[in-house]
Each structure stands twice: as C-alpha cells, then as structure tokens.
Write a protein that binds this ligand. Structure first.
Ligand code: HEC
Ligand code: HEC
Length: 355
C-alpha cells in the first residue's frame, strides 16, 4: 500500500467522523501529492483543504480543460476561450463561439494566478471558488451548454478517464469531480516568468531605462489597485469607464452591485492583473478598449464621473483622472511589455496534452 502522511490521515479521520462521504476525497496518497513550486517573489499559498493538489488530479484537469467533450455540441473546450498563447484569454471583445452562438455579455478574462484569487471569481466576484465556478460555463447555453448527466456518461466511456478519476478522487466520474480536477489544473497556472520577475529575483536580467521609468510610474499611479506582485488587489473598483448604470441585463453592467446590492458597489469590477496585459487585448469587462493606448487615454483624460467612481482616481486638486504625458505612456507600455511571460504561453506541461 502507498504511504499516507499523518496530516492527511488525521484529516481524513476527522472527515470520516463529520461526513462519511468526504473521507476518500481528502486522502492524498503521498506518491500522488503535487508539489507546487511558487516563485520566491510571489505571495505564499496554502493548498485547498477540500481539494488538495494531486498529480493525478492536475493531469486529469489538464485533459479536461482541453477536451471538447465538455461542451454539449462537442465543439468547444475551456481552452477555446482561455487560450494558452493569449495567456488564457481569447482575443475578442465579446465571444460568440458558444453552443448557442449568442454573443456573451462579458469579456473573457485570463485564468492564471487564480490560486491567489480569494475574493470571488468572475468580473463581479459572483462565483465563490474554482470548484463551483466551472458549472457556470459548463451549463450556460451561451457557453458550453452541457447536460451534466450526459457529460458523466461521455467521460465514463473513455478508459483513460475512468483510470484517472479513480486515482484522483476514488469515487468515480461525477461532475463535481470534473470541476475539482479543472480547479486543480488551473491552480497550477502560475505566471511569474516575465523579464520583470527575473529582474525582481536577481536572475541576471536588467530592465531598460524606459522600462524602469514605466515601473516607477505604475508604482506611483496604478498600484493602489493593480497591487503587489499579482498586480491586482483582488478588490472591486469603479474605474470610471461608465458614468451611469441603468441596466436591463440582469445587472451584468452594474458590476459588484449585482452581488452585494450595496449602492457603493455600483459599476465596480474586479481589478484585473497587469501581467501579460500586452497579450490580452481587448480590455475591460466588456472588451470595449481595443488597445492599450485606448486604456491609457481613458485613465489620462477619459474617466467619467459618477457617485461611485473610485476616490483613488481623483487628483489632489479634486480633478478626475491620472494625467499622463505621451512619454509617460510610452514608458508604461514598455514596462507592461516586460510583464509578458513567454514561459507561460509556451510551457509544454500546461498545453493541450493531446497535441
Ligand atoms: C465561450 C467562451 C468560454 C468558455 C468555453 C469558457 N469560458 Fe471561462 N470565462 C469566459 C467569460 C466570458 C468569463 C467572464 C464571465 C464573467 O465574469 O461574468 C469567464 C470566466 C472564467 C473564470 C473566472 C476568472 C476570474 O479571474 O474571475 C474562470 C476560472 C474560467 N472562466 C474558467 C473556465 C473553465 C474551467 C472553462 C471550461 C469548463 C471555461 N472557463 C469555459 C468565457 C469562457
Ligand atoms: C481605482 C483603481 C484603479 C487604478 C488606480 C487603476 N486601475 Fe486599471 N483597472 C481597474 C479596474 C477595476 C479595472 C477593470 C474595470 C472594468 O473592467 O470595468 C481596470 C482595468 C485595467 C486594464 C484592463 C485589463 C484587462 O485585462 O482588461 C488595464 C490595462 C489597466 N487597468 C491599466 C491601468 C494602469 C496602467 C493604471 C495606472 C495608470 C491603472 N490601471 C490604474 C482599477 C484601477
């Protein structure tokens, strides 16, 4: 028999007392433990207690992420919209490649560094965690439009899946386990291999004068929201792209308000990371800005006033906006280029395993 650590064993026993069902899922076999190596400049990370990383779980999640069987018409996978070469975004403002061919109402975000995303997923934080998030795209008619019973049947017909599900979870092919495996794989998608990272970690990389100037500007003017090494505070702000928030679309344009019903959250969206942003155009929750120049023009001279526009966007003189000269814009763009992680987009351990 394989070894089990004292910790997982006692945890498993604890679970056994509280719930007979859960014991199998938490019993991680030592040989199958996945040791995630987190680069030194990145924040600390604690594994998920209910869905700890395993080698079999991550490998399974990778297969599933790229598998078109996951959609009702077997024509699209998670990776159809979250494409590795675009840092797991899709390059269009609003995707219409879902099963219904209807245009989505929100722009596709990236899915890397989500192991640190602890304030909810989606642009409004409306989904609690990766384990529940996957049911959104899987069942949405405008995305994968999948019947979960059919999905289980389709996967059960594949011997490789039967084997991996058994190894990873020990309790068979269920849609909950599909979501868990997808969550595990996504938690291994770490982006911290850019030139900026190598500079920060003293790995023999230097940044140019212009890039350093851009770094300084971003620290001064953007880092109140695009914070720390993740370049996001994982919080919700109204960054002034709209001035009014009338809404007839289930609150989708009202941002965080849709989730909290707090008037202060009207028009607030989750701060996206600045990492790999040069690969992930178009920008914002609805993909309204085609280029990074449009984004910088917005912050510099296009911010719209409203009662909820973020206080951080006011200057000392009470005026709205973050004035930027054209030289400063060039410097910021140079720095943003240094945040592009070529390792992430070419890494063959996270690409389509069938290619
Ligand atoms: C048709 C395109 C499409 C497909 C297919 C798709 N997604 Fe997405 N994904 C999106 C869009 C659009 C959003 C943003 C939704 C929102 O915020 O309301 C999103 C958001 C996410 C997020 C939240 C990221 C964050 O930072 O909050 C995760 C995680 C995610 N998708 C994973 C998946 C997984 C796993 C699958 C496969 C089961 C999948 N997606 C399939 C388009 C897609
Ligand atoms: C008050 C907080 C705040 C400040 C300050 C701020 N941002 Fe943002 N930023 C946001 C939020 C929130 C969004 C997403 C808004 C949306 O989609 O509706 C965003 C979106 C972006 C995007 C689009 C990313 C994507 O994936 O779509 C870029 C690029 C960006 N900001 C760059 C900057 C730069 C450069 C600065 C400094 C000049 C800056 N931001 C200052 C909060 C802020």
């Amino acid at each position: 028999m394989t070894k089990v650590t004292a910790y997982t064993l006692s945890l498993a026993l604890l679970m056994l007392v509280s719930s007979c069902k859960k014991e199998e899922t938490n019993l991680v076999v030592e040989d199958d433990k996945y040791h995630l190596s987190v680069p030194q400049n990145m924040p600390a990370w604690v594994d998920d207690v209910d869905n700890p990383l395993t080698k079999s779980g991550v490998a399974l999640g990778r297969l599933l992420f790229f598998d078109k069987r996951l959609s009702g018409n077997n024509q699209l996978s998670c990776a159809s919209c979250h494409q590795q070469q675009l840092a797991f975004s899709d390059g269009v403002a609003l995707n219409n490649s879902g099963v219904s061919k209807q245009q989505l109402h929100r722009h596709t975000p990236t899915v890397f560094n989500l192991l640190w995303s602890n304030t909810g997923l989606f642009w409004d934080g409306g989904s609690t965690n990766l384990e529940s998030q996957a049911f959104g795209p899987l069942t949405s008619l405008d995305e994968m439009a999948q019947n979960l019973y059919e999905l289980e049947a389709e996967l059960k017909a594949v011997p490789k899946y039967r084997e991996l599900f058994d190894q990873a979870f020990g309790n068979g092919i269920t849609s909950a386990n599909v979501a868990k495996a997808l969550a595990q794989f996504q938690r291994t998608l770490i982006s911290a291999g850019s030139r900026y990272d190598k500079f920060k970690r003293n790995e023999g990389t230097t940044l140019t004068e212009l890039e350093l100037q851009g770094l300084k500007l971003v620290e001064e003017k953007c880092k109140s929201c695009h914070q720390g090494e993740l370049f996001t505070d994982n919080k919700f702000h109204n960054n002034g792209i709209d001035g009014s928030f009338t809404d007839d679309l289930e609150g989708l344009y009202q941002g965080r308000f849709r989730v909290t019903f707090n008037p202060k959250d009207m028009g607030a969206f989750k701060t996206p990371t600045l990492r790999n942003v040069m690969l992930t155009a178009p920008y914002m929750h609805d993909g309204r800005f085609a280029t990074i120049d449009d984004v910088l023009a917005h912050y510099s001279s296009g911010i719209k006033s409203s009662t909820t526009v973020d206080q951080l966007l006011f200057q000392n003189n009470g005026q709205l906006g973050i004035p930027l000269s054209s030289n400063q814009k060039e410097a910021i763009k140079a720095f943003l280029n240094a945040l592009t992680d070529h390792e992430l987009i070419t890494n063959k351990t996270i690409n389509n395993p069938n290619e």
